[in-house]
Structure formats: structure tokens, C-alpha cells
Design a protein around this ligand. Structure first.
Ligand code: ZN
Length: 131
């Protein structure tokens, strides 16, 4: 089963999508297996990180922008190579174990959709696989 979700994004941000991943698992009825969260974009990503203090994802975005700034030397005509780079560094999917109907996320972990080149309408998919 694949569940599709859409998201309207700002220029750059991290969006907590944990509740929609939980929703997909619930809808699937799968009790034990895995959930794959996948984003079909080249300037966005999927990651798992702290969900308690919003400053953590703000700091991640700040550090990604410092580490991967736009450069004069980039050749990509669209001018958004830094966003493509951040997408590849973060990755475009995560896999989460489902145990007894629940995602095995740590208490401080949340699933995030990461936008690096918005604003756009984005999609992501959750594929739930039974063991
Ligand atoms: Zn591009």
C-alpha cells in the first residue's frame, strides 16, 4: 500500500510529518513490518531528527546553508545547485520499523520533510510493507 500526501512549503524549512506517517500505518492495518517515507523531488528531502526543541531543526537548516552555500562556480543553469546538494546530503527517504502497529521512533524523534527550494507544492509517499 502506498499513501500519498501533499505539502505546501515555504522557501526553506523542516516540516514535521510524523503524524501522516502514523496515519498511513494505521490505514494500512499493518502491525509488523516497515514504513518507507519517500519524497520524489531533487531539491527536498526526508530526515529523522529531534521533535521536542524546534531550535534543533532551525540549527540544522542554518548549518546546511553555511556548509553548502550557493557558489559562483556552480554551472547548473537553474541556479539552485545548493538546494540539489542539500537534498542529496539529507537524502530523500527514511525507513522506519513498525512493531505491533507502532512506529519504532525514539521519544525525541520525528520524521521531517525538508524543503530547500520552495515555495512549492510538494508530495511525499509512505509505503507500508508487512513482514
Ligand atoms: Zn535545479
Amino acid at each position: 500500500m502506498v499513501y500519498e500526501y501533499s505539502l505546501k512549503t515555504e522557501k526553506q524549512n523542516f516540516y514535521n510529518i510524523t503524524s501522516s506517517v502514523k496515519n498511513a500505518v494505521k490505514r494500512s492495518g499493518v502491525l509488523n513490518g516497515i514504513a518507507v517515507v519517500y519524497c520524489p523531488h531533487t531539491t527536498a528531502g526526508i530526515t529523522i531528527n529531534e521533535n521536542a526543541d524546534p531550535d534543533v531543526v532551525n540549527d540544522l537548516l542554518f548549518a546546511l546553508n553555511k556548509t553548502y552555500p550557493n557558489r559562483m562556480e556552480f554551472r547548473h543553469i537553474e541556479g539552485n545547485s545548493a538546494a540539489h546538494l542539500k537534498s542529496s546530503m539529507i537524502g530523500i527517504s527514511e525507513t522506519i520499523i513498525i512493531d505491533n502497529g507502532k512506529l519504532m521512533l525514539g521519544v525525541w524523534q520525528g520524521v521531517y520533510f525538508t524543503e530547500f527550494d520552495g515555495p512549492r507544492m510538494r508530495k511525499y509517499y509512505v509505503k507500508v510493507i508487512s513482514e
